[in-house]
Design a protein around this ligand. Structure first.
Ligand code: IPE
Ligand code: IPE
Ligand code: MG
Length: 229
């Protein structure tokens, strides 16, 4: 019997570049292989009895610092991915949403994102969120500005939670692949009491079997939230 129920899962998919470099390939090959893993993880989450949302970090507000060619490749890959995976979303009853500042992307990509959101909005087994041009600080700042525009003079934690882009205010479990142990500006507000799991596995090598082991590990943890067990 699980001690703890997993509802909201977040994943920092890291290590695509190193995976490719280890094979003497261009970094872009790592991103391509990484996209395949997103599909498998999404299907696992849709079938899992308690997972309601999974939020993948796909492009950060800091990733614009990368070489122009890599950034352009990632944008094209995203467009192709969404086009190709629409069937996966529909066949697995998965609702797709994007968070982050999408307005910075090309009109074509923005349109693809909107079409995918629109087509899957009534699917109910899982909400699959891609964080795109996303930064935790940017999200919190935008939320506070939204509240100011609405006329608020003073804000509560509940106000900020509800003004964020995510449909939840708390992440239960955050996984980061590739051995790096940092947050890299991800979901800063939402992870305040998240359980953390760092694995050495590079994202393109990640499997649903490893995910299942991590979820089982999580379910045996005792979460105290500052209280006593
Ligand atoms: C994660 O893999 C994917 C993105 C950030 C888009 P990286 O591209 O960061 O791979 P490494 O960390 O350089 O190996
Ligand atoms: C975090 O990975 C962002 C994404 C996975 C999209 P990075 O590879 O960009 O993060 P740092 O630079 O190692 O912190
Ligand atoms: Mg990285």
């Amino acid at each position: 019997m699980p001690k703890t129920t997993l509802k909201n899962l977040a994943i920092i998919m890291d290590g695509n570049g190193r995976w490719a470099q280890q094979r003497g390939l261009n970094r872009t090959k790592g991103h391509e292989q990484g996209a395949e893993i997103i599909r498998d993880v999404t299907v696992y989450c849709a079938k899992h009895p308690s997972i309601e949302t999974v939020t993948f970090y796909a492009f950060s507000t800091e990733n614009w610092k990368r070489p122009k060619l890599e950034v352009e490749f990632l944008m094209k890959l995203l467009d192709r991915y969404l086009q190709k995976e629409l069937d996966t979303y529909q066949n697995n009853n998965v609702c797709f949403e994007a968070i982050g500042n999408i307005g910075a992307f090309s009109d074509k990509l923005q349109k693809r994102i909107k079409i995918t959101e629109e087509a899957t909005r009534n699917n109910t087994d899982l909400t699959h969120i891609l964080a795109l041009n996303y930064g935790g600080r940017a999200e919190i700042t935008a939320a506070v500005n939204k509240l100011i525009t609405e006329g608020k003079k003073e804000v509560t934690e509940a106000d900020i939670s509800s003004a964020l882009q995510t449909p939840y205010s708390d992440i239960d479990l955050l996984i980061r692949t590739s051995g790096e142990e940092r947050i890299s500006n991800y979901l800063l507000w939402q992870i305040s009491y998240a359980e953390l799991y760092f694995t050495e596995t590079l994202w393109p090598d990640f499997t649903t079997q490893e995910l299942d082991e991590i979820v089982t590990d999580f379910e045996q943890r005792t979460r105290r939230f500052g209280g006593l067990a």
